[in-house]
Ligand binder design. Structure first.
Ligand SMILES: Cc1cc2nc3c(=O)[nH]c(=O)nc-3n(C[C@H](O)[C@H](O)[C@H](O)COP(=O)(O)O)c2cc1C
Length: 233
């Protein structure tokens, strides 16, 4: 299996260990990125991606490296420590650069068969909201199956996590990995994805705000009978 592992932080604390452990349990080729090491920007709001294409983003090369790996993988694992009850600014900054690949704009067919795992740790609280938020990002990219793994670690690094919590982490990551392996990393869009897609399809029919989006949907024949998941085996 091909796995893209995106860490929302550079350092190797609890979040890193859990994400890395999950990837290794699933097994396969792991393409690993650290933010901000591999991408360190927030969106500047030029909207070149929306109106001209993602290749016109001033940071398209760096974005393309990570997003390209995501497109080629079966499983995407994204992790972030909880910072002020949110994901890290570095991860959010990267996600801002790929919003034009959302179902609302120009989604990639390849996303509609992938599985994602989103992981967050917090000392006390906020990790469930962070995984919810990361899962939302994955959903709007078209990824049909997202496993959420929030952990209250009550520590500021992996060495400080007690054995009872480590056992819980071990068990939850084992369970998710087993499920992903049994499905070979593949998933099919459910009713929610299909519903949002059909809503966006109606919107695209009358879209005069972002002509590039409408052209994309027209060329894919998604305004006709084609669907991005139709050819998934
Ligand atoms: C800037 C910053 C903000 C934080 N905000 C929260 C928070 O909102 N809630 C919380 O429970 N812990 C918070 N923490 C603690 C970390 O989320 C927690 O220790 C986490 O497990 C660290 O992960 P790491 O070991 O991968 O660095 C914060 C830590 C930092 C450095």
């Amino acid at each position: 299996m091909k796995i893209t592992l995106i860490h929302g932080q550079n350092h190797k604390g609890s979040t890193y260990y859990i994400a890395r452990m999950t990837a290794e349990k699933i097994g396969g080729n792991i393409d690993e990125f650290f933010l901000p090491r591999d991408f360190n920007d927030g969106c500047s709001g030029c909207l070149a991606c929306l109106h001209k294409g993602r290749e016109h983003c001033p940071r398209s090369q760096k974005v393309g490296k990570i997003f390209g790996a995501m497109l080629l993988s079966d499983v995407i694992i994204m992790s972030s420590p909880t910072y002020v009850m949110e994901m890290t600014s570095h991860l959010k900054g990267f996600l801002e650069h790929i919003y034009t690949a959302w179902i609302a704009h120009r989604p990639e067919e390849a996303m509609f068969s992938k599985t994602a795992v989103v992981i967050s740790t917090a000392a006390g609280m906020g990790m469930t909201g962070v995984t919810k938020s990361m899962a939302k990002q994955m959903f709007y990219l078209g990824i049909p199956k997202v496993y959420r793994l929030p952990f209250r670690v009550m520590a500021s690094d992996w060495g400080g996590v007690n054995n009872k919590i480590k056992a819980k982490i071990e068990s939850k990551t084992n369970k998710a990995a087993r499920k992903i392996i049994s499905r070979n990393g593949c998933a099919k869009p459910g009713i929610k994805t299909r519903f949002i897609f059909s809503m966006m399809r109606s919107f695209q029919k009358n879209n005069d705000y972002a002509p590039l989006d409408k052209e994309y949907w027209t060329n894919k024949n998604w305004l006709g009978k084609e669907r991005p998941w139709k050819h998934i085996k």
